[in-house]
Write a protein that binds this ligand. Structure first.
Ligand SMILES: Cc1ncc(CO)c(N)n1
Length: 229
C-alpha cells in the first residue's frame, strides 16, 4: 500500500480537514484574530508533543537509516515551525515562556497523546500513520491555499502561516518523509488486517485535525461565554 491509500480510505474526513472553514478564513484574512491566536498557542503546545513523537520515531527505528530519516523532523520542528509561532506571538506581547505556561485545550491533549500512544503501543509504521495526517495534510493545505483564488498574501495578517506551509522548505521536507513512509508501507497489503489497522489510525488522526481547526473557531464562543459569566 501507499500513503494515498490511507487518504482514499477516509476521503470525506480528509476533504473536511483540507478545506475546513478555519483554513478558508485564514486564507482570505477574514478569520477572527482571537481564533487564530488561540489556535497558534495550542499549536505551539501541539508541536512540542509532536517533536517528542518524532524523537519516539528514532527510538522505534530498527535501522540506522530509519533513525537518520527521523532526525531532521525533530530539528525542523524545534528550529523552524515552533520559532514561527513564537515570533508571531511576540507581536502580541507573548513570550515563549508565556506560551509554555498556557493550558492545553482538550483537543490538544486528545490529539497529541493519541499520536504518542499509537507510537508507544505500536511499531514505527503505526507511529508514522498517526503522524502522517499532520505532515502530509499541512503540505497539501499549503499547496491548496497558495493556488486558491481567494487567498490573500498581501494585506493578510495570517500570510506568514500560508508562506510557511506552502514554502519550498516545508514542502521538500514533507515530500522526502512521505517517500520514506511509502517505502515502509510498500510491504503491507492494503486489504490485510495490518493495512486496515493503519487506515484506522490515520483516519482517527485526520478526525483529530478537523477537531483542532474547530477548536480554533470555537475559541470565539469560549471568550464570549467567559465575558457573560
Ligand atoms: C495540528 C497541526 N497539525 C499539523 C501541523 C503541521 O506540522 C501543525 N503545525 N499542527
Amino acid at each position: 500500500m501507499k500513503h494515498q491509500d490511507l487518504i482514499n480510505a477516509c476521503l470525506p474526513d480528509w476533504q473536511t480537514y483540507i478545506t475546513h472553514p478555519f483554513v478558508m478564513k485564514l486564507a482570505d484574512g477574514s478569520l477572527d484574530r482571537q481564533c487564530f491566536l488561540h489556535y497558534l498557542k495550542q499549536d505551539f503546545l501541539f508541536l512540542k508533543q509532536y517533536a517528542r513523537a518524532y524523537a519516539l520515531a528514532i527510538y522505534k527505528s530498527n535501522s540506522l537509516s530509519d533513525m537518520r530519516k527521523a532526525l531532521p523532523a525533530v530539528n525542523t520542528l524545534l528550529d523552524g515551525e515552533i520559532n514561527h509561532h513564537v515570533t508571531y506571538c511576540k507581536n502580541w506581547g507573548l513570550t515563549e515562556t508565556d506560551l509554555e505556561a498556557e493550558d492545553e485545550d482538550f483537543g490538544t491533549v486528545a490529539y497529541t497523546r493519541y499520536v504518542l500512544d499509537a507510537g508507544m503501543s505500536g511499531d514505527l509504521v503505526t507511529l508514522y500513520a498517526a503522524l502522517a495526517p499532520c505532515s502530509i495534510g499541512y503540505a497539501e493545505i499549503g499547496r491548496y491555499l497558495i493556488n486558491h483564488e481567494n487567498t490573500k498574501v498581501e494585506d493578510n495578517e495570517f500570510a506568514s502561516w500560508i508562506e510557511l506551509y506552502s514554502g519550498d522548505e516545508f514542502q521538500k521536507s514533507i515530500q522526502e518523509s512521505t517517500e520514506h513512509f511509502d517505502q515502509l508501507l510498500a510491504e503491507i497489503p492494503l486489504d490485510s488486517q495490518r493495512g486496515q489497522q493503519l487506515i484506522n489510525v490515520f483516519r482517527t488522526a485526520t478526525r483529530m485535525e478537523v477537531a483542532f481547526w474547530q477548536q480554533g473557531l470555537d475559541a470565539n464562543k469560549q471568550i464570549d461565554d467567559r465575558d457573560k459569566q
